[in-house]
Design a protein around this ligand. Structure first.
Ligand SMILES: *Cc1c(COP(=O)(O)O)cnc(C)c1O
Length: 424
């Protein structure tokens, strides 16, 4: 069976898609991708779609980028994978050096994993063991924000505020302190610092919360207060890292130097699964001691630091500089803001437009529950050749970091048309 319908049937027969109701999957007009060029995905029937969600926020420079392809092929000629447990790999060391030179973390040490959630999980466990090693075992609590999202494993889910239908897992989640705003977080920090292991934030933009923006000055004050009270700061830059917000890391815009930083999504330019937890020298040093002692971090993933992923991540980091990608992010962001202001913000169906760098959300204001405006607007946009995927009634805009003025124009044009069509 060929053609998209055949592929959808074969897909639904054997694949279980994440965050997807499989009983409705086949009828939801899914895209079945066969290949891609630059910022366009091409389906099994040869139809092209502008990838305006960067394949769920991971793709930075584009798909099928010659330089990134070459980095992987070159590494394939050496070795695809060797374990990082107790041993090293040349290209992974080179990547760690390149990251260490760029992350806003003091004396950084990089522990690799494969998914963002795993990077968060590692940070949680490092912090927990850190205080245990320092003989302050009463410091076990984590302070996070309302609407936080840090991944889907049980630990990262515990930090998250729930939603997305995950409430049934509440019995598995450990309790955390949660604040409604960054200012409230500072207050809670001042009251509860004695039992706090760490404060966990997504700096500048809470992505999965629906692109909620936070004031860099307030975040800076939070960082200062963490330092003053000796509470560790974990910055989850899985979504914001690698140029998304206009600087390499969002923490830079807040003047934050976290004790632990979580990286993922764009780290390989969207090519291969890789994530990392970056620990400061102060945290790392606490784990130094005799072999096989309590000072070892007994944690590690089979594919952590994978050589192919490291090779493409290293080349990606170089290309961000060589192509001056951050300048493009800032320039296209200004254009995107202007276009949204002009054509989308004042539509009666639109409640709010939020944008930071090339990380944006258009929140719709449905008159009643159950209208599924988010879903329907995105389906309409896909029909018009622009791939969008919502978070509830927030339309996420995540163009690639190399996007052009013409593409920005097209995305906004299609979005406006789709909102007007669906939200009459
Ligand atoms: C996506 C995301 C994660 C989880 O990353 P996965 O690779 O999907 O496990 C964690 N934190 C933030 C802020 C994210 O946006």
């Amino acid at each position: 069976m060929t053609g998209i319908e055949g592929w959808v049937r074969r897909d639904a027969a054997v694949v279980w898609h994440g965050f997807t109701q499989m009983a409705a999957y086949a009828e939801s007009a899914p895209l079945i991708v066969e290949r891609a060029e630059g910022r366009e995905l091409i389906d099994v029937d040869g139809r092209r779609y502008l990838d305006a969600i960067s394949s769920l926020w991971v793709t930075t420079l584009g798909h099928h980028v010659a330089e990134l392809d070459a980095a992987i092929i070159d590494q394939l000629g050496r070795v695809a994978h060797s374990t990082m447990l107790g041993n090293g790999n040349r290209v992974t060391i080179e990547l760690a050096e390149a990251l260490a030179a760029r992350v806003p973390v003091d004396e950084p040490h990089v522990l690799f994993a494969s998914d963002g959630a795993a990077a968060v999980e590692q940070a949680l466990k490092i912090v927990f063991q850190y205080w245990w090693l320092r003989r302050e075992p009463e410091r076990t609590a984590y302070l996070t924000l309302d609407a936080a999202y840090h991944g889907d494993t049980v630990g990262s889910l515990s930090l998250g505020a729930g939603g997305f239908g995950t409430d049934l897992f509440d019995p598995l989640r450990f309790p955390v302190l949660r604040a409604p705003s960054v200012t409230a977080m500072v207050d809670l920090l001042r009251t509860h610092w004695r039992k706090l292991a760490a404060v966990v934030i997504e700096p500048l933009v809470q992505g999965a919360a629906g692109m909620m923006l936070h004031d860099p000055d307030a975040l800076h004050e939070l960082g200062e207060e963490c330092r003053r009270l000796g509470v560790l700061l974990i910055c989850d830059e899985v979504a914001t890292g690698f140029g998304r917000t206009g600087t390499l890391f969002a923490s830079e815009q807040c003047g934050l130097r976290p004790d632990l930083m979580c990286l993922g999504k764009g780290i390989t330019g969207g090519y291969l699964p890789m994530s990392a937890t970056v620990a400061s020298g102060r945290v790392f040093a606490e784990f130094l001691g005799p072999d096989l002692s309590e000072r070892t971090f007994y944690h590690g993933h089979s594919y952590g630091g994978n050589a192919l992923a490291a090779a493409v991540a290293l080349r990606h980091l170089q290309l961000l500089d060589e192509w001056d990608v951050l300048a493009n992010v800032r320039e296209r962001s200004i254009e995107l803001r202007a276009a949204l202001d002009e054509r989308v913000r004042s539509l009666p169906a639109v409640k709010e437009v939020r944008l930071c760098g090339l990380m944006g959300g258009v929140e719709l204001a449905p008159a009643a529950d159950g209208l599924r405006w988010g879903r329907r607007v995105c389906a309409e946009a896909v029909g018009r050749g622009v791939l969008l995927r919502p978070l509830g009634d927030v339309i996420v805009l995540m163009p690639m970091l190399t996007t052009t003025s013409a593409e920005i124009d097209r995305i906004v044009d299609v979005l406006q048309g789709a909102i007007v069509e669906v939200c009459r």
